[in-house]
Design a protein around this ligand. Structure first.
Ligand SMILES: [Ca+2]
Ligand SMILES: [Ca+2]
Length: 126
């Protein structure tokens, strides 16, 4: 019985040890940690071609910025920056594919709501 168990274990090891390349079974998300074991990077493969196309960078475990290759040509074309509260603050985009930012988006809706909420709070307190 013992010999059989050992044989079975040996037979299973190569399967478990093989990285998930090919067969369309690459891991969709890879997490990397800093020396303090805080989350440092999250790499995602959103279109299952076994190439990472979304990268999130963390500082002290909080998202600081993200980079995305939205058209999957291997070149980053969207950069997202986060606030200290881990909210997306602004987005930069390369829409022409030359590697240079040509579009800037700020979350004006969020800013507007925030200003409105402040106004309402002030109004309510009068
Ligand atoms: Ca991909
Ligand atoms: Ca791209």
């Amino acid at each position: 019985m013992l010999a059989r168990a050992v044989l079975l274990a040996i037979a299973l090891v190569p399967l478990a040890a093989l990285p998930a390349f090919g067969q369309g079974s690459c891991s969709a998300v890879e997490l990397r940690y800093d020396e303090n074991e805080n989350l440092a990077q999250k790499l995602s493969d959103t279109n299952k071609d076994c190439k990472h196309d979304e990268f999130v960078f963390y500082i002290d475990g909080k998202p600081e910025r993200a980079e995305r290759d939205t058209d999957h040509n291997g070149q980053i074309d969207v950069w997202i920056f986060f606030t200290e509260d881990a909210e997306p603050a602004r987005q930069e985009q390369d829409t022409s594919g030359d590697g240079k930012v040509d579009r800037w988006d700020r979350d004006e809706e969020r800013l507007r709501k925030s200003a409105l909420a402040t106004q309402q709070a002030l109004g309510a307190s009068q």
